[in-house]
Design a protein. Structure first.
Length: 309
C-alpha cells in the first residue's frame, strides 16, 4: 500500500469512530433527559383506575365485621282460641255446624338455644356510625304446642246432648317444625371510638318454616299422618346492644332483638283420634281440622365474640 491509501483509511476510521461516539452521546443524553422528565412529571402520572368489583371488595375488606356466639330464642306470643272445622261423626256432635271455637285453649311455640352469627358492614360516608347487619343461625328446631286447657283436657269431651265422646286429651306437644330466621337490620352507633359502643337498630325477619312433623301419639294412633301447616309472614325487628372493645380490633357484644308485628296461621289437618271407650264400637273419631291464629312475638338474646376489619 502507498502512503496516500493508508492516510485515507486512517481518516475514514477516525470519522467512523467520531460518528459512533456521537451516537452514544446522543443516546446517553436522551436517556438522561427522559429520566429527568419522568422524575419532574411524576405528580402528573395517572395510576390505572380500579374496577368496580375491585373497589367494592377493597371497601368490604376494610369496613366489615363479624361476631359468633350463643343465641337464645324465647317465644312470648299469644294465640286465638283453637277452632275446629269439618268434624265428622261422633266428634261433629260435640260442636255446632261449621267452625267452632273451643274456650280456654290456644297454641304456642317452644324455646331453644343454639349458635348464632352476625355479619355487618359499615355504610359508606357515615363515619362508621351506620351499619347493615344480617344475623344467621342453624335451622331452629322448635316445638309446636297446645296452651291453656288444651294441654290436659279433651277438645271434645261430650256431645251437645251430654253424651261422652271418649276423645282423650291430646297433650301439650303436637309436633315440631324447623325455622330459618334470617333477619336484616340497620344499626346506628352514636359513639364509635369509645370503650363501650351502644347501638340501636331496626329491620325485618322472614319467618320461614319448613319440615313440619306431627309426632303426637294420640294424633298418630291411626297412622293417618296429620299435617301441620304454618304461614310464613315477614316480621319487624327492633334491636338493642353494645360492643365492648378488646385489643386487636376484637370485641364482645351483648345483643337483644325483639321480633313482632306478624301473625302466623297454624292448622293441623286430617285429625283422626282413637277413643279407648267408643272406637271399638263406632270406629275412629274424625275431628277434622284444628287451627289457631298466632300473634308472633319473640326475643332473640345473643352473647358473642367479634372482630372488625
Amino acid at each position: 500500500m502507498n502512503q496516500d491509501t493508508m492516510s485515507g483509511r486512517r481518516a475514514l476510521g477516525r470519522r467512523a469512530a467520531g460518528v459512533m461516539l456521537g451516537a452514544a452521546g446522543l443516546l446517553s443524553a436522551g436517556s438522561a433527559l427522559a429520566q429527568g422528565q419522568m422524575r419532574d412529571g411524576s405528580d402528573d402520572i395517572v395510576e390505572p383506575e380500579k374496577g368496580f368489583l375491585a373497589e367494592s371488595f377493597d371497601y368490604v375488606k376494610h369496613n366489615s365485621y363479624f361476631r359468633v356466639g350463643v343465641l337464645h330464642f324465647q317465644y312470648y306470643g299469644t294465640s286465638s282460641r283453637l277452632t275446629v272445622e269439618d268434624a265428622q261423626g261422633l266428634a261433629a256432635q260435640a260442636f255446632p255446624p261449621g267452625e267452632s271455637e273451643i274456650p280456654h285453649t290456644g297454641s304456642s311455640a317452644g324455646n331453644t338455644t343454639t349458635l348464632g352469627g352476625t355479619i355487618g358492614i359499615f355504610l359508606p360516608k357515615t363515619g362508621r356510625h351506620l351499619a347493615m347487619e344480617v344475623t344467621l343461625a342453624p335451622p331452629l328446631k322448635l316445638d309446636f304446642e297446645l296452651a291453656k286447657n288444651a294441654e290436659d283436657e279433651s277438645l271434645a269431651p261430650v256431645t251437645r246432648n251430654g253424651i261422652p265422646t271418649g276423645v282423650p286429651p291430646i297433650g301439650k306437644s303436637i309436633g315440631t317444625f324447623k325455622a330459618l330466621p334470617p333477619n336484616f337490620t340497620i344499626v346506628y352507633r352514636p359513639w364509635v371510638d369509645t370503650l363501650i359502643q351502644p347501638y340501636i337498630g331496626a329491620g325485618a325477619m322472614y319467618l320461614y318454616t319448613y319440615d313440619t312433623d306431627v309426632n303426637n301419639e294420640v294424633l298418630n294412633a291411626y297412622g293417618n299422618e296429620p299435617q301441620l301447616n304454618l304461614t310464613k309472614p315477614v316480621a319487624c325487628v327492633g334491636q338493642l346492644g353494645a360492643d365492648f372493645k378488646l385489643p386487636q380490633n376484637m370485641f364482645i357484644t351483648a345483643d337483644v332483638k325483639y321480633v313482632g308485628c306478624a301473625t302466623v296461621e297454624a292448622k293441623v289437618n286430617n285429625i283422626v283420634i282413637n277413643s279407648p271407650t267408643l272406637s271399638p264400637t263406632v270406629g275412629p273419631i274424625d275431628v277434622g281440622t284444628v287451627s289457631s291464629s298466632n300473634d308472633f312475638k319473640a326475643v332473640l338474646y345473643q352473647l358473642s365474640f367479634g372482630m372488625r376489619f
